[in-house]
Design a protein around this ligand. Structure first.
Ligand code: GDG
Length: 469
């Protein structure tokens, strides 16, 4: 089997420290199975930046190779174009974009540098898998350097409809670079279809008989590969020391009350203010829930160097303070807003102790929390998932209470329904979702993607040759 080379912005720890995100854990799993190399940013900013020494680490058959970035790269590439232009555009928030050309140039430069540093590490039979919006251009730079290996790309966040994407000043160059990959993976059929529409309508492309897309002198195979979680681990975490400790702690704190749980990085795409307002509306519309229900929102800070992220943090502090001021009693505080993180095992215990999982992003590629919440439930007495129609997960998790996260009234009503839902209905919905979560795991997702890339390679039908144009 050929060696797998994974490229992603952050390179996760090779051992499950409990702190790693779901994606890092999934990638380590597949790397361990096949052996391979994981290449990306070290997380450090240094003077030598992308020109500095590579840092290597090894554990069994898996090695990591990371490089630093310079301050200017961090500002223009990471905090700049990736998180001030691409992230908001791809999440339909054109109002929050900064399309400064200096940032776009920084993004191009860092993609080119990462490709240049990766090339000497590559072997002839490697299969390369690049991840996410930080590296739309990287495959193109690999091709220009003469790399003929199969290269796949997976986009973890939404791909927007052409009417939105075309607001990005360099959209055509970006899509042309994406066509240098052999296989493009999207989270959902909807994101795939938005990409196909761009290629066919905006770039005047065609679809070949083999299903591949042809445009701008290139060819690519694109498909939906919905990501999953390490479901077995999540289902068992409540039995671990940390998991069971948190489960009993939360249960005893709650007493007879019911808990609604939200777990999200602080991000404007996650719909957090609307969620807080919906909980307030619930207490107004159905006063019987006062003293009976509480909302626990776990929200680790992220990207706080970007203004829009500071703003959302402040607005959440303001909102939770106001709602608590308005409704709290001596023995009950309605919203518990924690801007901190917990180890994965603890999270699983908290999910299991919660009667409702509230996942209401305004846009989300998939949303792993929705799946983790289901995997962590007790099948004898499962909680209810309330899920935004704009999360990629809604395409699969159709038995959740699907909501429009912009409608505060609809959200409040869904919460009321979830809290009052009888056991048999809860179990019925849970059983159907649970099957999907346990089957479409992170491991299965990675295997499916890599099998497809390998088959394309064997047929040599989908592959782009190295080119110089
Ligand atoms: C991107 C896409 C797509 C959260 N708080 C803590 C913690 N988390 C973990 C969760 C979950 C992960 O972080 C968050 O994943 P999401 O899928 O919800 O969202 P993004 O970070 O935006 O991820 C998304 C994903 O990529 C994968 O393709 O689903 O749509 O935006 O695993 O559990 N983990 C720990 N402590 C916390 O406090 N350890």
């Amino acid at each position: 089997m050929s060696r797998l080379v994974v490229v992603s912005n952050r390179v996760g720890p090779l051992n499950d420290t409990g702190r790693a995100g779901g994606l890092a854990v999934a990638l380590v799993d597949v790397l361990r199975k096949r052996g391979g190399l994981w290449f990306g940013w070290s997380g450090a900013v240094s003077e030598s930046g992308t020109f500095g020494e590579l840092q290597f680490a090894e554990d069994d058959d898996v090695s990591t190779a990371t490089i630093d970035v310079a301050r200017v790269d961090y500002d223009e590439f990471y905090a700049g174009f990736a998180n001030k232009a691409l992230w908001p555009t791809l999440h339909y928030r054109l109002d929050l974009t900064d399309f400064d050309r200096r940032l776009a140039e920084g993004y191009r430069r860092v993609n080119e540098r990462f490709a240049a540093r990766l090339v000497p590490l590559l072997q002839k039979d490697d299969i390369i898998w690049v991840h996410d919006y930080h590296f739309f251009l990287l495959g193109d730079y690999l091709r220009r350097a003469g790399v003929n290996n199969p290269i796949g790309f997976f986009l973890h966040i939404p791909f927007p409809v052409p009417e939105i994407l075309t607001a990005l000043p360099n959209h055509q160059a970006m899509v042309k670079a994406m066509l240098a990959y052999d296989l493009l993976g999207f989270q959902t059929a909807a994101h795939l279809s938005a990409f196909e529409r761009y290629v066919l309508e905006e770039a005047n492309g065609t679809r070949g008989e083999d299903g591949a897309l042809h445009a701008l002198g290139r060819k690519v195979v694109a498909d939906a590969f919905p990501i999953g979680i390490d479901a077995d681990a999540f289902a068992g975490f409540h039995k671990t020391k940390e998991g069971s400790k948190n489960l009993s702690l939360v249960r005893s704190e709650l007493d007879d009350r019911k808990q609604i749980i939200g777990v999200d990085r602080i991000d404007y795409s996650k719909g957090l203010p609307q969620r807080f307002m919906a909980f307030e509306r619930l207490l107004q519309m159905y006063p019987e829930h006062k003293g009976e229900v509480e909302l626990l929102q776990i929200a680790p800070p992220s990207r706080s160097e970007v203004r829009a992220y500071k703003d959302i943090q402040e607005s959440l502090e303001g909102l939770s303070g106001r709602i608590n001021g308005r409704f709290s009693d001596l023995d009950w505080t309605p919203i518990n807003f924690m801007s901190r993180s917990f180890p994965r095992r603890s999270l699983a215990g908290i999910y299991r102790a919660s009667a409702v999982g509230l996942v209401t992003p305004l846009r989300d590629g998939m949303n792993l929390v929705a799946k983790e919440y289901i995997a962590a439930q007790d099948p004898e007495d499962p909680g209810v998932l309330v899920l935004s129609r704009f999360a990629g997960a809604a395409e699969e998790m159709t038995e959740a209470l699907i909501v429009n996260p912009y409608s505060i009234d609809e959200l409040a009503e869904a919460l009321h329904r979830a809290i009052r839902m009888p056991l048999d209905e809860r179990q019925h919905r849970f059983d159907l979702m649970h099957k999907k979560v346990m089957t479409n795991t992170a491991g299965a997702w990675a295997e499916t993607f890599l099998d497809r890339l390998t088959t394309l390679n064997a047929d040599a039908q989908g592959l782009n040759p190295a080119y110089l144009n």
